[in-house]
Every structure is written in structure tokens, then in C-alpha cells.
Write a protein that binds this ligand. Structure first.
Ligand code: HEM
Length: 545
């Protein structure tokens, strides 16, 4: 009796293992078959579109090796492989819909995906794109990762709500005037800090200032006050828990996202549920658990959450709550839940802080390379807005300060803070020019390439603010540095105003010179920062005029 019970249990175990083996094999086979069918169809639809330029780029995933070799100069590589083609393709794997990417440089196509057929193209699906999956892990489900249109489960209602609420608050007059005062005050703090670093000839390396770090501190301090009503002073070296956790989480989500591209493909395609499958199953949970980067991400998101709770609580308990004009208070006064508000604010920080700091860093880089431009800009500032004269939206407008405006636009053109961006097609489509797009292909628009197109901008690498005088705002789809269409950047005016304020305040007093011996390139983040001799920094000497 005992023996037959044991034999029965053994049989059950063996049969279960066999059944699971068959079930698993069927799953994997089904996924491969489905992936193969979808990707064959994508290739068929794309057969008339040229591949990007490069050996092997015609073959499925044939460009990946070339990409790996060129990662350190990614944007210039893209410029070369797309040259002269309104759109070109990078075919994905034969057994998966990922990563089929179409690289567009033609304004008509950009307009089509971002505006005319807006509802067909949205954020990539995190079950196809691991990078996006970890971005969501870090950012939760705020405005940046919300889908719209046919690719979203709620027909874009959540995104519409977030966009509406933030747009109303961004347009409020009192919020805008508060913003203006904060930027001016924080720019003054930075200027005083830099004046303490003044050097005379000859300067030594010990006197060098990492101006990029200064700009990241400036934009962080400004945003903390505008969004949270919190007074931080990282510009003068003060440490800040929220800022540190934010930077560390951002870096960890990116590194872990890139590292997990290959394991993600294996878990989702070759492992049966529940060990693998959609979103990677247990295998992915274990992989994440064992990864130091992912542990770092979890640790930081906990800190961010704790800090955000503290800020929300302080705000609600503030006796002056009803008079406060920071974004957090405005959201809470409008009775949005604190969870919604925490996410919104986190997204606005990621949207607004690094982008503007990158713009200012590249602008100073160009000013150090083009001392005649720096001199002319200083002259305009001393003539129109000398020290002591107040700045506001009007006095910084393109009409009042055309050269300053030209300098900012020229920096945005050559060094767009978001140099590359993509959307995923959630329906078959046909682009202007007759190019067919299959469902699940990603379509990228590339401000870096478009700003360096010699037909639109002759001698594109020459920094010439005069190109923008007199100023006619470029059509969004021809200059998609802030994106275009219904999802155009909400903070565009704020960013340009912030950059102008800082530029005027600094250039009134300080002159910048590049520290010699730096090999300047860009980093590999979503926002393009400066790398000098392999480090994320840009060293300058600060001198009086
Ligand atoms: C030079 C500075 C800036 C640049 C170049 C820039 C660029 C962009 C780009 C390219 C996008 C589209 C991203 C995507 O959905 O794929 C975007 C979206 C957005 N930006 Fe900016 N941005 C800048 C500054 C700011 C600032 C200061 C804020 C305000 C906090 C801000 C708020 C937003 C928001 C909320 C979105 C999402 C809009 C939506 O999805 O509906 N940005 N920005």
C-alpha cells in the first residue's frame, strides 16, 4: 500500500514535469512562431524602404554590431547612416517584433507622426522595450510614460487628464510670475558663486570650474522651489537627499535598462510562463533582485517616495498653505490626490531639470569656442539689461534681445537636449512620400540630425546666432527640439526663459574660457550632456570682463 502511494506520487511528479515540459515547449514554439510571423510581415511591409547606410544594415538586426562599435559617438553615427534619406530602416530580429526602427529626418514625416496621425503613434510598449520598462519602474505612471491613442488601454484618458491639469497650472499668471522671481534669484546665487572663482592670467587647473555641474545645481534648486516650495542650495555645495536619490535612481534605471536588453529577450521569448513570458516572469524578478543596479534603483525610489511624502505633508500642514504658489501647493489646493501629485511632480522634475542644464552647458561650450559671439552677447546684455536692471518675460523676448535669443536657438539646434526620440506605431500606416509602416515598428525623429541638415542650415556646424534674426519661430515639426503636436513640451517657454535669465545674469559679470586639453564629446543618456575626457563635466575658467 505504502509502496503504491510512493509510486503514485512519483508518477504524478513525473507526469507533471512532462506536462509542464510540453506546455513550456508549446509556449516557446508559439511565441517564436508568432514573433516570426509578425516580423516577416514587418519586413515584407518595409521591403521598399532603404536600410540605413552601413555594411550589413540590410539584414535583420545587421546594424546592431555597427551600433555597438559606435556607441561612444552615437549621434554622429546616426547622422552618417541616415544621410540624404528622408527615412530609412533598421530591421529587427527574425523571431521578434523588436527592435524594428525607422529613422525619420523629413519634417513632413515628423509632422505626420507627432501631429496629423498622432493617435497611431505613442510611447513604446514596455513589454517590447526593456529600457522603457525600467524607466516606468523609476518614474511610476506619470505623464511621461502615459500612452495616448490606439496604443493605450484607456484611449489616452489618463494622459489627457494629466496634460490638462499641468497645462492649466503652467498657464496660471501667478505661477509664472513666481517662476520668474525664482529663476532670477537662483541665477544670482550662481553668479555670486562663480564670482568667487574668478581667475586672472595665467590660471591653473586647480582654478577650473565644472560649469555643467553648476548648471545642474542651478536648475535643481530652481525647480525644487518652483515645484515644492523647498529652498535647496546645491549651487553652493549643499547636499540634498531628494536630489541625490533622484540622480542615482535615474542613472541606475538607465544602466540596468541597457544591461537587461539581452536577458529580457531571452526571458520573454525562450522561457515558459511563469519562469519567463510576458514581462520576463520569475526569471526577471530574480535577475532584478540579484542586480546591484536594480537594488540601487529600489533603494532610491524608496527615498524619493519618503521625501515626497514629507514634502506633501509639510505642504498640507503649512499654515500658509492657501497662499502658497508652488506647483505642489497648487495641485493640492485643486484637491488632486497626493499620490497623483507626487508622480506629476517627479515627472516634471525629470522633464525640466536636466534638459535645461544641458542647454546651458552646451551654450557656454559654444561661447568659449566662439569668443566673438560671447563678446557680442555681453555687449547686447550691457546695452539692454545692465547689472541692476530688472529682467522679465518682456525684456528677454526675441524682439528686445535678438542676439540672446539667437544664441539660445543656435545652441538648441546644434546640441538639442533630447537628440533622439521615438514613438511606436500601433496600427499600420502610410507616411508622406508613400512609405509604409507596419504595426509595432518604432518611428524615430532625430533633432540632432535635423538641426545639422546643410540644406536647411548652411554650414551647420558654425555657431551663428544671426540665423535667428529677425526671429520667426520655426514650425514645430521642422525644429522638433521640444517635440511637436499635442504632446509638445509643456515647459518650453519656462525652459527658454530660465536659460535666458541665467545667461544674462552670468554674462553681465563673467566671461568664460575653456580649460585647454579637454576632448569634448557627449554622454549616452536620454538627455545629451557634455563629456570631457570621458567624464560628465565641462571645465571652464571664469574671468571678469
Ligand atoms: C531645453 C529644455 C527642454 C527641452 C529640450 C525639452 C524637450 C522635451 C521633449 C523632446 C519632450 C517630448 C518627450 C517625449 O514625450 O518623448 C518633452 C516633453 C515634456 N516636457 Fe520638456 N523639455 C525641456 C524643458 C522642460 C521643462 C523646463 C519642463 C517643465 C517642467 C518640461 C516639461 C515637459 C513635460 C511635462 C513633457 C511631457 C508632455 C506630454 O507628454 O504631454 N520640459 N520635453
Amino acid at each position: 500500500m505504502e509502496e503504491s502511494k510512493g509510486t503514485l506520487a512519483k508518477k504524478i511528479v513525473i507526469n507533471s514535469v512532462i506536462a509542464y515540459g510540453v506546455f513550456g515547449a508549446v509556449q516557446v514554439f508559439y511565441r517564436l512562431w508568432k514573433g516570426f510571423t509578425v516580423s516577416s510581415r514587418m519586413r515584407e511591409v518595409l521591403k521598399d524602404m532603404p536600410a540605413t547606410k552601413g555594411a550589413g544594415h540590410d539584414a535583420p538586426a545587421g546594424w546592431i554590431r555597427d551600433l555597438q562599435r559606435n556607441l561612444y559617438r552615437l549621434h554622429d553615427w546616426r547622422l552618417e547612416i541616415c544621410e540624404g534619406r528622408p527615412i530609412s530602416k533598421n530591421l529587427g530580429f527574425s523571431w521578434s517584433p523588436a527592435p524594428y526602427t525607422l529613422l525619420a529626418n523629413d519634417p513632413a514625416i515628423v509632422r505626420h507622426i507627432l501631429k496629423d496621425e498622432f493617435s497611431k503613434y505613442t510611447k513604446p510598449d514596455s513589454s517590447i522595450d526593456p529600457f522603457f520598462y525600467y524607466f516606468e519602474d523609476f518614474l511610476g505612471s506619470g505623464i511621461f510614460v502615459q500612452k495616448h491613442g490606439v496604443g493605450s488601454e484607456d484611449d489616452g484618458q489618463e494622459w489627457t487628464k494629466m496634460r490638462k491639469v499641468s497645462a492649466q497650472i503652467f498657464n496660471r499668471k501667478n505661477f509664472n510670475s513666481m517662476m520668474q522671481d525664482v529663476f532670477i534669484e537662483k541665477a544670482e546665487v550662481l553668479r555670486r558663486f562663480l564670482e568667487r572663482k574668478f581667475v586672472s592670467e595665467p590660471a591653473s587647473n586647480a582654478d577650473a570650474v565644472d560649469i555643467q555641474a553648476c548648471f545642474f545645481n542651478f536648475t535643481f534648486d530652481s525647480i525644487m522651489r518652483i515645484f515644492f516650495g523647498e529652498d535647496t542650495n546645491t549651487a553652493e555645495g549643499q547636499k540634498n537627499t531628494y536630489g541625490q536619490a533622484f540622480d542615482d535612481a535615474n542613472a541606475a534605471s538607465r544602466t540596468h535598462g541597457v544591461d537587461s536588453i539581452a536577458p529580457f529577450m531571452i526571458f520573454t521569448t525562450f522561457l515558459p510562463w511563469p519562469f519567463g513570458g510576458k514581462n520576463g516572469g520569475f526569471a526577471r524578478a530574480i535577475y532584478d533582485f540579484l542586480s546591484p543596479q536594480h537594488r540601487q534603483l529600489r533603494r532610491c525610489t524608496k527615498i524619493l517616495d519618503r521625501e515626497a511624502n514629507r514634502l506633501v505633508k509639510n505642504c498640507l500642514e503649512d499654515p500658509k498653505f492657501s497662499e502658497r504658489k508652488d506647483l505642489l501647493a497648487l495641485f493640492l489646493q485643486a484637491k488632486f490626490s497626493s499620490d497623483f501629485v507626487k508622480q506629476m511632480v517627479l515627472h516634471l522634475i525629470i522633464a525640466g531639470r536636466d534638459t535645461t542644464a544641458c542647454l546651458l552647458s552646451w551654450m557656454v561650450y559654444e561661447l568659449t569656442k566662439n569668443q566673438d559671439v560671447q563678446q557680442r552677447l555681453h555687449d547686447e546684455i550691457m546695452q539692454k539689461l545692465p547689472p541692476g536692471k530688472a529682467m522679465d518675460w518682456k525684456s528677454l523676448s526675441p524682439n528686445e534681445m535678438p542676439y540672446l535669443n539667437g544664441v539660445i536657438y543656435e545652441a538648441l539646434r546644434i546640441w538639442p537636449p533630447v537628440p533622439f526620440d521615438l514613438k511606436m506605431a500601433f496600427e499600420d500606416d502610410v507616411l508622406p512620400g508613400g512609405w509604409k509602416v507596419p504595426k509595432f515598428a518604432s518611428v524615430a525623429f532625430i533633432p540632432y540630425n535635423m538641426g545639422r541638415d546643410p540644406e536647411r542650415y548652411p554650414e551647420p556646424l558654425h555657431f551663428r546666432p544671426e540665423r535667428w534674426i529677425p526671429f520667426n519661430a520655426p514650425p514645430q515639426h521642422e525644429f522638433p527640439v521640444f517635440q511637436a503636436g499635442p504632446r509638445i513640451c509643456l515647459g518650453m517657454d519656462m525652459a527658454i526663459f530660465e536659460a535666458k535669465t541665467a545667461t544674462v545674469e552670468l554674462l553681465r559679470h563673467c566671461r568664460f574660457e575653456m580649460v585647454p586639453g579637454q576632448e569634448i564629446t557627449y554622454g549616452d543618456k536620454i538627455t545629451m550632456d557634455i563629456k570631457s575626457n570621458g567624464k560628465e563635466q565641462f571645465l571652464v575658467y571664469v574671468k571678469p570682463w
